[in-house]
Design a protein around this ligand. Sequence first.
Ligand code: G
Ligand code: G
Ligand code: MN
Ligand code: NA
Length: 252
Amino acid sequence: LTLERDLAAAMAANELQMHVQAQVDRNARVIGGELLMRWPQADGGMVPPNVFIPVAEESGLIVELGAWALRQACEAVLRLQAAGLAMPLSVNVSPTQFRQHDFVEQVQRVLADTGAPARLLVLEVTEGLLIDKMDDTIARMHQLTEMGLRFSIDDFGTGYSSMAYLKKMPLYELKIDRSFVMDTPEDASSKALVQSILAMAGHLGLRVVAEGVETQAQADFLIAHDCSSMQGYLYARPVPLPALIQRLQGGT
Ligand code: G
Ligand code: G
Ligand code: MN
Ligand code: NA
């Protein structure tokens, strides 16, 4: 309850931040990024999102927080574009946010308000979105896709849903969960899972982002199996947007 109250206060005081973690291609060139929310504390620490996002989900604060995140994403896209670095950015959309009756209108409004191009926004959703009202969810995804937005399945392989949804949903990309990437290339079953996901995505014409890439051996394995892009500490940590722009412009 204290956390919930503090989060609401932090949001009202404009204390939350969005960091961006670069995504790279097989040549380690930055081709996009994921926006990740940060809640800095007065003592210099951070409350991690895996602590406060669930609180926000339960209290309903996620609706306001998610709308803010979407606006931040549009503004980040525009700032990159203005710096001559146009590239798609991904933003996490929680199931509660996606299920708001006016979610499509919210997205329309923020695109109109900011002037951000829809084609540079990728919405990351999880398999949890498909637990109920799958037909409504898919219809809504089609509406957003027609507006130019693209969808990515986050934490792919960790949910309980049937893979039948892969045929029905208008998807752009899968993100291989860090828990699978972590144990490659040493662990035989992780290797087999990652290779299978990459092969399946290839057959379905989906891009794949591998998450949590920390070692060159992991990267080499992923590249050898045609993974389209990588995200992880090996390449970049989540940083404030100006730091990413500086890195890309300065070549540092
Ligand atoms: O940023 P990590 O850096 O710790 O993120 C942890 C978790 O929090 C991830 O599962 C991520 O998807 C989620 N998360 C981070 N930022 C956001 C956000 O803006 N919205 C939602 N819904 N989840 C987020
Ligand atoms: O939205 P999602 O669950 O995919 O959030 C990505 C999470 O993974 C964030 O918490 C981000 O800070 C974290 N992360 C990104 N790269 C790495 C990495 O290389 N190693 C580890 N351990 N975590 C990472
Ligand atoms: Mn994500
Ligand atoms: Na993930």
